[in-house]
Design a protein around this ligand. Structure first.
Ligand SMILES: [Zn+2]
Ligand SMILES: [Zn+2]
Length: 681
């Protein structure tokens, strides 16, 4: 049996090795993978194909796709039926996306053994068989994908797409091409099965890895393979980073950089501004203007948005509420400018993002305190719109804003000559008519008669904003009066009235409400959490280390280790730091927060350390050493010295560590540390 698989696979692979080669994506792992060309019905490529035919594993959650198929074919599927899972009560498609055990246990129970057996047999699978080989999963998935147009199975295929859009398989996303798939994580086994393009499947990919998780290990490799397979559509999709167009509204005509690509930290100097690249940047020249695109870690983007949107907030709670809203907005509306090749512009069209040279400690604090937290509803980040001032009535949720007050610039007036307005709007003809025809429940103008032209309220406000300036008509909540040659607009509020009202949020914070209460007021029914299950940060201290974790009991050992190691190294190096340690519950959450996508489990920035739960002692020490060293120098040392010193002290092997070891041998620790603090001499 073993040999026959090998015989079957090798010639096919050799035949097409020139076309596709996937092995390189699996460097450093053990396992196997099969890539099937569905159009040619032939193996396109494989990695450890012998193992694919010989090593058996528990198929786990990969089978949920077939359970779902059995459920749909049985006729007892009820689209409205929800089962309570970690992520909340989910219907079938979302349950597949999040790989909810409870939903599919319930389905199997309802179907019964006979129906499940029949259902699995349709795909050549044996129900209840404890283990399978990857090679045996292949025909089952081929049969499944072959039916991707069947209306009866549509919820299943939508669920597989959602798994990649926002569920457990989201790191399999390939940017320009739609991927559908399913992950599985069993003891010591990480699995992925999926295909692309989702609408017209061309490739089917099955992955089995020893160790790791389906979502955190197998899916990211699948993403790499799919991106390599569709080079025409390739965009370097990375869910933990967003692409931001800098200077979107005011493209610079002067720039210190020639067109090209530059690393994070590069100084960007235009005629007016100076900033440090918040991530890798690409500079292009378009006529006599430059465009600058930056790939920014999600949390750094949120920090920049707070500098644009929350600079005036006086209270920690309103800053934190704004951080969660901004992060959720980013997660939900990523790709808003996809047609132009980036995710977000840096203006209020998306979110006002300001990448400043000296970030404010209070704003960094708000990002940190809510790190990774989003607003969730029905297993998805909500459409977290927010606005400056509600004017007393929210548009959505449609109700009175209990926290609004007619203070500050909540009330406004705009006077304009009728002829000026008509000219700015470039109307072809002009009558004497000007009035609001229809209003929303909130009182906002829905339809107007603009000098004889019917216009929607939003369209009118946008047209005025474009032609005459956005500050003129701050909201649609206005009365208009004609006074001889003038039109007088008297209004309340600023912005669209959807979601959180910033002035009201500030008032809630002043009244002692916390950020969760503020968000609960303006996004009713949404849950705040690091994942859809609403995990929340809790704080614990030991020694000089402050830990934030979503599971403090489970991470207590990590905190104890950090405190012990810190005490030891502070003494040894005669340096001191009081670090905060944030422990992420999953590697996905860590990646979303830090933008680090390779197999690293920790990161440090200043005295802020980030770790994945269960990180090794070596990782903890490594990041602690970074914190201890980085906060005790004012010199910008070269990378090899920063990393090498940490690695050498931590007993790690690397080229940089070797260089520093030579220094340590020649000069001794004291002198090297002095160089570290005062500069290399
Ligand atoms: Zn925009
Ligand atoms: Zn390091």
């Amino acid at each position: 049996m073993r040999l026959s698989w090998a015989r079957l696979l090798i010639p096919l692979w050799v035949e097409c090795i020139g076309a596709v080669e996937i092995s390189r994506h699996f460097a450093g792992r053990t396992g196997s993978a099969l890539l099937w060309d569905l159009e040619r019905d032939a193996l396109a490529s494989a990695w450890n194909e012998r193992r694919a035919g010989s090593v058996a594993f528990q198929p786990g959650s990969l089978l949920k796709a077939f359970t779902f198929a059995a459920l749909l074919e049985s006729g007892i599927y009820d689209a409205g039926r929800k089962v309570h899972c970690n992520e909340g009560a989910l219907e079938g498609e979302a349950a597949l996306a999040y790989s909810c055990n409870e939903y599919f246990d319930d389905a199997a129970k309802r179907l019964g053994v006979d129906e499940m057996t029949r259902g699995y047999a349709r795909f050549g699978l044996q129900y209840g068989k404890p283990s399978v080989k990857l090679r045996e999963m292949l025909p089952a998935w081929k049969r499944l994908v072959a039916r991707h147009r069947e209306a009866r199975l549509a919820p299943l295929f939508r669920g597989l797409r959602k798994a990649v859009e926002f569920g457990t398989a989201r790191y399999a996303g390939a940017g320009g091409v739609a991927v559908a798939g399913k992950t599985g994580t069993m003891r010591d086994t990480a699995l992925f099965a999926g295909y692309a393009p989702a609408e017209k499947p061309k490739y089917l990919l099955l992955i089995h890895l020893d160790g790791g998780s389906g979502g955190g290990d197998a899916a990211p490799i699948a993403g790499k393979v799919f991106r390599a397979l569709f080079p025409a559509l390739r965009s370097a999709f990375d869910p933990s980073r967003v692409d931001v167009a800098l200077f979107w509204q005011n493209a610079p005509r002067q720039l210190n950089l020639a067109p090209g690509e530059y690393p994070e930290g590069t100084d960007i100097v235009t005629g007016q501004t100076r900033m440090r690249a918040p991530g890798p940047i690409a500079v292009k020249r378009d006529g006599d203007e430059y465009s600058v695109r930056a790939r920014v870690a999600l949390e750094d983007y949120v920090e920049a948005v707070l500098h644009g949107e929350a600079g005036g907030f006086q209270h920690a709670a309103s800053r934190q509420a704004q951080a969660v809203a901004a992060r959720t907005y980013a997660a939900r509306f990523r790709g808003r400018h996809a047609e132009e090749g980036f995710d977000f512009c840096d203006t209020t069209h998306c979110q006002d993002a300001r990448f400043v040279l000296q970030p404010r400690a209070d704003l960094i604090g708000a990002v940190e305190a809510t790190s990774g937290e989003l607003l969730w509803r029905a297993g998805k980040p909500v459409e977290a719109y927010y606005h400056a001032d509600s004017g007393g009535w929210l548009e959505e949720p449609s109700r009175k804003d209990a926290w609004w007050k007619a203070e500050g610039n909540a009330l406004w007036e705009w006077r304009v000559k009728a002829t000026d307005l008509a000219a700015a709007l470039r109307l072809t003809f002009v009558t004497q008519q000007f009035r609001v025809m229809e209003r929303e429940k909130s009182g906002r103008a829905r339809a107007l008669d603009v000098f004889g032209h019917p216009a929607e309220g939003t369209a009118f406000r946008t047209a005025v904003g474009r032609a005459m300036g956005w500050e003129k008509l701050p909201s649609r909540l206005f009365e208009v009066e004609r006074r001889e040659r003038e039109l007088v607009f008297r209004g309340r509020g600023r912005g669209h009235g959807i979601g959180m009202a910033q002035t009201s949020a500030e008032r809630m914070a002043a009244a002692g409400k916390n950020y969760r209460e503020i968000l609960g007021e303006y996004y009713p029914g949404a849950r705040v959490g690091v994942s859809a299950s609403g995990l929340a940060w809790a704080m614990r201290r030991e020694g000089k280390v402050t830990m934030y974790s979503t599971q403090v009991e489970r991470d207590a050992a990590l905190l104890a280790l950090a405190a012990k190691e810190l005490a030891r190294w502070e003494k040894e190096l005669r340096l001191s730091v009081a670090p905060t340690l944030r422990v992420y519950p999953t590697r996905e959450a860590f990646r979303d927060a830090t933008g680090i996508t390779d197999r690293v489990h920790g990161a440090a920035r200043g005295s802020r350390l980030r770790l994945v739960t269960g990180a090794s002692a070596e990782t903890v020490r490594h990041e602690l050493l970074h914190a201890l060293l980085e906060t005790n120098t004012r010199v910008r040392h070269p990378m090899w010295f920063r990393e090498g010193l940490v690695e050498a002290l931590n007993g790690e092997k690397s080229v940089d560590a070797e260089k520093v070891r030579v220094l340590l041998r020649e000069q001794g620790l004291d002198r090297v540390l002095r160089s570290w603090r005062e500069g290399l001499r």
